[in-house]
Write a protein that binds this ligand. Structure first.
Ligand code: GLY
Ligand code: MN
Ligand code: MN
Length: 446
């Protein structure tokens, strides 16, 4: 039995109209061409055990079909067709791994025009490609799939003397889908709100249970407990549970150190609900009370975040909220005597990077660092309603002889998920406490 594989299966999403509509939109973008969109490969760990399978996000966005070994084929132009290639039913395997749709049921449930056995793809692909002007697939994503596509093309080209036309234009299908995924639909926002709400509860639970002497992994376990008991399938990314100096390691995932009285705890954790991610960071004192230095630094990051969130609105450049956070943080570094002013010089020289070395956020959606460009023709992208992004300023102070000792090993990040709306913004993760008094009160409750 391979319990990991069985657990990783996604329950079927029953309403596939949204997926159908997305496929139609993509078919219009494809025009006179054919696109192949495979789901993620499944990797063997050893013997009959696989690494946990997680579908490809683009494939999921267009199908809602969660089984491995599947490829969606879309043909655009005047006679559009959608074809799903998937595994056959297999009575023996289904005893071990659970239900498989098989082409006949998949065609009905997932609303594609046709479904076929995945074993027929290599034979059918050249016939489907013949006569198309353009061929699209995720170019260079998977060397094995590139080789297969080249093989299909070679088979078509071998017949040109018989009057068969081979495509002459090749493109990466992801670019078209990325643009669609940047603007979330209502149903997607509903799922993101659910992921945000569950993740918020997990952060509250972490604040409530944390005590000096516990280990980072015990808090990680509380997060996982809340995610799964609420119906989230998994964390959306490896949880960061970083006490004290570990908070200054930006992608710390060891999560195995004891939590010390007087230290801060930084938790960057969010769950995945039906493919959609939440991404929340909170920082709070292990003993429930901020020290004066911790409080000063925390308030600074909180103010920087508030300024950044205000800068998220339709029409604003993507870079505007980073600039807003930076200005507040850099001034705060001067006020706390971490750096010497004036502000203009600190901003221009980049000296602030000693304490704030990352950008203020990224797109969020089916992937935690979601798809979509940040600039177009050299200019930052303008925000538009339906975009979802994170706002996550921070301050990370490593031991340094030039810095007052009370600040050493303070690592703070505050991260929320923000939806751009027609008249401004909505903070999807607003239920996660972040005020100093709010956190201290919550941690004081037994
Ligand atoms: N959790 C990853 C990030 O905040 O970007
Ligand atoms: Mn993030
Ligand atoms: Mn994060």
């Amino acid at each position: 039995m391979s319990p990991v594989r069985a657990a990783a299966r996604r329950k079927p999403v029953q309403d596939h109209r949204a997926h159908q509509q997305r496929r139609r939109r993509l078919q219009r973008l494809i025009g006179d061409g054919i696109a192949f969109i495979p789901t993620a490969p499944e990797y063997l760990r050893n013997a009959d055990t696989h690494f946990p399978f997680r579908f490809d996000s683009h494939f999921w966005y267009l199908t809602g079909f969660g089984e491995p070994e599947a490829v969606l084929v879309l043909i655009g132009g005047r006679t559009p067709r959608s074809l799903l290639f998937c595994r056959d039913r297999d009575a023996e395997r289904e005893i071990w791994d659970g239900h498989r749709y098989g082409p006949r049921e998949a065609q009905k449930v997932f609303g594609v025009d046709e479904a076929h056995s995945i074993t027929r793809l290599d034979a059918m692909a050249p016939e489907l490609i013949a006569g198309q002007r353009r061929l699209l697939h995720p170019l260079g994503l998977d060397a094995g799939f590139d080789v297969r596509v080249n093989g299909w093309l070679a088979a078509v080209r071998a017949k040109v003397r018989a009057g068969v036309a081979a495509p002459g234009e090749f493109a990466d299908v992801r670019q078209l889908i990325d643009g669609m995924r940047l603007v979330k639909e209502r149903s997607e926002i509903t799922l993101m709100q659910k992921a945000a709400d569950i993740s918020a509860r997990a952060h509250v639970r972490a604040m409530q249970v944390t005590r000096p002497g516990m280990h980072e992994y015990e808090i990680e376990a509380e997060l996982l407990h809340e995610f799964r008991r609420s119906g989230a399938q998994s964390p959306a990314y490896p949880s960061i549970v970083a006490g004290g100096a570990n908070a200054c390691v930006l992608h710390y995932v060891g999560n195995d150190a004891p939590l010390r009285d007087g230290d801060l705890l930084l938790i960057d954790a969010g769950c995945e609900v039906d493919g959609y991610a939440a991404d929340i960071t909170r920082t709070f004192p292990v003993n429930g009370r901020f020290s004066p230095a911790q409080r000063d630094c925390y308030q600074l990051v909180l103010e920087a975040q508030a300024a950044a969130i205000r800068a998220v609105k339709p029409g604003a450049a993507f870079t505007a909220y980073h600039q807003a956070a930076l200005k507040v943080l850099a001034q705060g570094m001067i006020d706390l005597k971490l750096l010497k002013g004036p502000l203009d010089r600190v901003l221009e020289s980049g000296d602030y990077r000693q304490f704030y070395m990352h950008r203020t956020g990224h797109w969020l959606g089916l992937d935690v660092h979601d798809v979509g460009t940040y600039a177009e023709q050299g200019k930052p992208r303008r925000l538009t309603p339906g975009n979802v992004l994170t706002v996550e300023p921070g301050l990370y102070i490593r031991p340094d002889a030039k810095v007052a000792r009370e600040f050493w090993n303070i690592g703070i990040r505050i991260e929320d998920d923000v939806l751009v709306t027609a008249d401004g913004r909505k903070v999807l993760t607003a239920a996660t406490p972040k005020g100093v008094e709010q956190i201290e009160a919550l941690m004081a409750d037994d």
